[in-house]
Write a protein that binds this ligand. Structure first.
Ligand SMILES: C[S@@+](CC[C@H](N)C(=O)[O-])C[C@H]1O[C@@H](n2cnc3c(N)ncnc32)[C@H](O)[C@@H]1O
Length: 422
């Protein structure tokens, strides 16, 4: 059983001022029930441990797939199965558009915890998708058919933020796993999502379109979608593949933009998104809202709250020099010359792309007016996760989940367009 952790240590990197907290990565043992682990009481392993592959998260489940069967409601809604589901950004978007989420599969345990907590009826498969037999998913569906199969195939190999981007990265081949499931589950619709970097990496896009079309008896096409066009306060671009079984080619113009130049609504800004959340000092936490929502976006984010309890709003802790660094950075400009994307946010822009963080620094962006990094609730808001969506696993693993996710409002727009074809 895990023992109490040592106090956190701080380390500098390659002469850069970037400060890393030793990663709170604990590798679950084979047969260990993930539901019984107290993550506050685990030993930490170092991100500098050479036996841990760079970017392999220490919370990846190495054992046999761990399956939990949920209760599938009989409500007539079309069924969604999501591979590489993460914490469930895509699934939430589909749910908001009137779909029922039946199964989520992911290797990252905190993501599965979050997924399960926010979709209490779902079945989950925790494990490496390469070890999962698609027939075992059919057993979780009580004889019902999969309407939509979604795959948020891991993106590190393609990410423009990844300096080691490489077309032979083994994660790039995980789309073949998705194809294995398409063949067995025979969904009516497939949706595959990846980062925009895939477009410029080898001939993957054409290959995936061709392989998926063949496997699913459909014509699969792809398009880059820009999240702010769908009401997300973040410049995030995702490459989305869609195919409809036996139908004609999907027309991406059916995905309706809600914000920006082609509509009558301006893009949502950072102030619209997080301006109502309480100001915090580093390491401080707030559990109550102090302001009424003052933008439509804030009202939307708070609409589904059952009580007035604020969650995931704990500021990361920083050493003194980092606090000074943020304080002395003009909003809208980089905090570190070498990392142009790592800015101190300013109120009137959209956030740059949130990432899950490679060797996961404890924070990515500075807050526009407080001298600190963002809370997980602020990261959720910038991704369009509503405030009743609670992220499990602490700040560092929360960063991983929020950085990996498809913004739910973007996924909702895709889902609404697809629904017409079912
Ligand atoms: C881009 S994220 C998906 C995000 C998700 N669509 C969402 O909106 O929240 C990719 C996910 O793939 C998972 N993953 C990586 N390798 C995997 C594997 N071999 N088997 C299963 N899941 C894996 C990661 O843990 C990560 O959560």
């Amino acid at each position: 059983m895990p023992t109490k952790s040592n106090p956190k240590q701080y380390k500098g990197v390659e002469g850069d001022v970037q400060i890393l907290v030793e990663e709170d990565a604990y590798q679950l043992k084979i047969g260990e029930n993930p539901d019984n682990i107290n993550f506050d009481l685990i030993d930490k392993i170092s991100v500098w441990d050479k036996s841990v592959k760079v970017e392999e998260n220490g919370y990846y489940w190495k054992g046999d797939p761990f399956i939990t069967k949920g209760k599938l409601p009989d409500n007539g809604k079309p069924l969604v199965v999501e591979l590489f589901c993460g914490c469930g950004g895509t699934s939430l978007g589909f749910e908001l558009a009137g779909f029922e989420i039946a199964i989520g599969c992911d290797i990252h345990q905190p993501s599965i915890n979050t997924f399960k907590a926010n979709h209490p009826n779902v079945s989950t498969v925790l494990g490496d998708v390469r070890k999962v037999n698609p027939k075992s998913l059919l057993q979780l569906l009580d004889g019902r058919r999969v309407d939509v199969l979604i795959g948020g195939v891991p993106c590190q190999g393609f990410s423009l933020n990844n300096r080691k981007r490489h077309e032979n990265d083994e994660r790039n081949l995980l789309y073949k796993e998705f194809i294995r499931f398409v063949k067995e589950l025979k969904p009516k619709v497939v949706v595959l999502e990846n980062v925009s970097g895939m477009k410029s990496t080898g001939d993957f896009v054409e290959k995936i379109e061709k392989d998926l079309s063949l496997a699913g008896n459909m014509t699969v096409k792809s398009k880059l979608l820009f999240a702010p066009d769908y009401g997300v306060p973040q410049s995030r671009t995702r490459l989305v593949f869609v195919g409809i079984r036996g139908g004609k080619e999907f027309d991406f113009s059916e995905i309706k933009k809600t914000h920006g130049p082609e509509t009558n609504k301006p893009y949502v800004t950072i102030k619209d998104a997080i301006g109502d959340l309480p100001s915090l000092k580093p390491n401080e936490v707030a559990i109550k809202y102090k302001k009424e929502p003052f933008s439509d976006y804030q009202k939307l984010m708070r609409k589904s709250l059952k009580d007035d309890k604020l969650t995931n709003h704990k500021a990361p802790n920083h050493p003194k020099e980092v606090i000074e660094k943020i304080k002395n950075t003009r909003p809208g400009t980089p905090m570190y010359p070498k990392f142009k994307q790592r800015i101190r946010l300013s109120w009137d822009i959209q956030s740059p792309t949130q990432v899950s963080g490679g060797i996961r620094p404890q924070f990515q962006f500075g807050h526009p007016s407080d001298s600190r990094g963002l809370t997980i609730r602020e990261r959720c808001r910038l991704q369009s996760f509503p405030d009743n969506f609670i992220i499990s696993g602490g700040i560092v693993q929360g960063r991983v989940q929020t950085g990996n996710a498809v913004p739910p409002l973007l996924a909702k727009a895709i889902a609404l367009a697809i629904k017409k074809h079912l």
